[in-house]
Ligand binder design. Structure first.
Ligand code: NAD
Length: 296
């Protein structure tokens, strides 16, 4: 065989990790017998969700544009995870990922359209980079539509299924990020309502989650640009401290827990919903009065 010793020892480590996950961290059975396809699952929120689903009895297809990382993630997750290379901007890739899932596992119960990218255009509307706008919308919006389209294709005949999208609190309020990203995430919340209105007729639920900022590679890229020269450890702390809730910060597993709830039968009557996981950040604003002597 052409495997180098490095490759062999790497996959042995992954194998050990895989068995560890399979036999030691089984935490529940809410998704026993279910099959999930998760886009953008090589890293961050998608990966945490894949782990959560597997630990609850599901088989997961990890779909991602990052080939090597995706494969490593699937190995790390153990025998119930498989990687499929997929760029959500290519409809044929999405279609193949769905067909691959069906040919491997005979069914698709859960589609998590999670892949998304941040946007690096200048903050002012006057300087908006419309080419960048198209690129971000292509992944964050069109990619989600394509995922839902092809998942529905196989779910409708079975009259069952659960579709989940990763939106963001930036889609709920202005001022939390660049216009382009914010608009793309507003669209995701809209997509969920629009598609849920049709798919409810077939017993298929469509929901989304809007997380607060989490220092995944996605956010860290942004933070490094915003605060050049600040080391990663401090950037992580800055993201964590940006929330309003004392004593906890937003982590990928918080989103994974919300995802498990939404796709499981626990949420069998929850449909067209946007579950906000933000420690209350978008629910209130503290009232602060100016000091009397500061009044203009
Ligand atoms: P991440 O960078 O860790 O993961 C995103 C994954 O998506 C990566 O593995 C990447 O390769 C993949 N991806 C990117 N473009 C793709 C494409 N065209 N086709 C297929 N896969 C592609 O980031 P994350 O924070 O886990 O982001 C996941 C989702 O969560 C995104 O939709 C993001 O908008 C959303 N979100 C993130 C945060 C946050 O602060 N991290 C907050 C709210 C919402």
């Amino acid at each position: 065989g052409g495997l180098s010793s490095k490759t062999v020892s790497m996959s042995r480590t992954s194998l050990v990790r895989g068995f560890y996950r399979l036999f030691s961290i089984r935490t529940g059975s809410k998704l026993e017998g279910k099959v999930a396809l998760i886009t953008g699952a090589a890293s961050g929120i998608g990966k945490a969700t894949a782990i959560k689903f597997i630990n609850n009895g599901a088989k997961v297809v990890v779909a991602d544009i990052q080939h090597q990382l995706g494969q490593e993630t699937a190995e790390e997750l153990g025998p119930y995870a498989t990687f499929v290379s997929c760029d959500v901007t290519k409809e044929s890739d999405i279609s193949n990922a769905v067909d691959f899932t069906i040919s491997k596992h005979k069914q698709l119960d859960i589609m998590h359209c999670n892949a998304g990218v941040p946007c690096k255009t200048p903050p002012s509307i006057v300087e908006l980079d419309l080419e960048m706008f198209d690129k971000v919308m292509d992944i964050n919006v069109r990619g989600i539509m394509a995922g839902i389209k092809h998942a529905s294709r196989v779910m409708i005949p079975r009259q069952t299924g659960s579709i989940l999208c990763t939106a963001s609190i930036t889609g709920l309020m202005g001022g939390l990020s660049q216009h382009t990203y914010s608009v793309s995430k507003s669209a995701v919340i809209g997509i969920v309502k629009s598609v849920a209105a049709e798919l409810c007729k077939y017993g298929i639920r469509v929901n989304c989650i809007s997380p607060f900022a989490i220092p995944t590679p996605f956010t860290m890229d942004d933070m490094r640009q915003l605060f050049p020269g600040v080391d990663d450890q401090r950037l992580v702390k800055m993201v964590h401290n940006a929330g309003v809730f004392e004593g906890a910060y937003c982590e990928p597993r918080d989103v994974a827990n919300a995802a498990l709830y939404l796709v499981s039968d626990d949420a069998k009557y929850v449909n067209g919903h946007n579950l906000v996981v933000d420690g209350g950040f978008t629910s209130f604003k503290s009232l602060s009065f100016p000091a009397p002597d500061e009044l203009k």
